[in-house]
Design a protein around this ligand. Structure first.
Ligand SMILES: C[S@@+](CC[C@H](N)C(=O)[O-])C[C@H]1O[C@@H](n2cnc3c(N)ncnc32)[C@H](O)[C@@H]1O
Length: 210
């Protein structure tokens, strides 16, 4: 399957506000980001951000160095259209997180909601963790939100892996410290509830070679 085409088709067939993962406000993500990176100049990347409203919230909070990366250009176009002139203040990357060219230690915070859990192939998860490890400098933070152990088994026609905080930490492992995990019951636009788990990691110093 061509993953990019899959997601493009989804973003072309439905309004972002109708998608099961839609949040009018990405409150928990914003709170976690503000907790670990209170400086509004901190570079933040939303990986697989799609048309998420997190970027709106970050701009509202005053963040000045926000990047949104996604495989699907149509998803980014939805976000840009919503933001209007404010979109010019954001860096947009239409790319696959597994092989995107990202600046080494370029970000203080790496945020991912509902992307990592689609990586059912071990090799892809290894590449993802290596990308995160390289793009976030020591002392920086990584926030990954996936479906929890009692969350859905599929999303958008794709299988997912559901994670407890311990199971996800096992994927990240050495070089990362799990600082916190928070459960969220996400209310979809259709009124169902999905269990998410948000894990907050700090990239440890002195482990660059691990
Ligand atoms: C379930 S949506 C979540 C979107 C957004 N994070 C949110 O919470 O609203 C998953 C997103 O990940 C993107 N995606 C999937 N695989 C990706 C990859 N390998 N690289 C970059 N983006 C990817 C999809 O295009 C889609 O926008």
């Amino acid at each position: 399957m061509n993953v990019r085409k899959h997601w493009e088709r989804i973003y072309r067939s439905q309004a972002p506000t109708e998608m099961s993962w839609y949040q009018p406000e990405a409150r928990l993500s914003l709170d976690l980001i503000r907790r670990v990176a209170p400086d509004v100049m901190a570079p933040i990347i939303d990986v697989g951000g799609g048309a998420s409203t997190l970027v709106d919230g970050l701009l509202d909070a005053g963040y000045r160095a926000v990047t949104v990366l996604d495989l699907a250009p149509t998803a980014l176009a939805h976000a840009q259209q919503r933001l209007g002139e404010r979109a010019a203040g954001v860096t947009w990357m239409a790319a696959d997180v597994l092989n995107a060219s990202l600046p080494a230690a370029g970000y203080a915070v790496w945020h991912d909601r509902a992307v990592f859990h689609f990586l059912t192939d071990l090799g892809d998860r290894t590449r993802y963790v290596a990308q995160a490890r390289r793009a976030v400098g020591p002392g920086g933070h990584i926030i990954v939100a996936s479906f929890g152990p009692d969350g859905p088994m599929r999303c958008s026609g794709l299988e997912v892996i559901r994670y407890s905080p311990a199971a996800m930490y096992a994927e990240f492992g050495a070089g990362f410290r799990l600082l916190d995990s928070v459960r969220e019951e996400h209310h979809t636009p259709r009124g169902t509830i999905q269990a998410f788990v948000y894990c907050l990691y700090r990239v440890e110093r002195g482990t660059e070679m691990l």
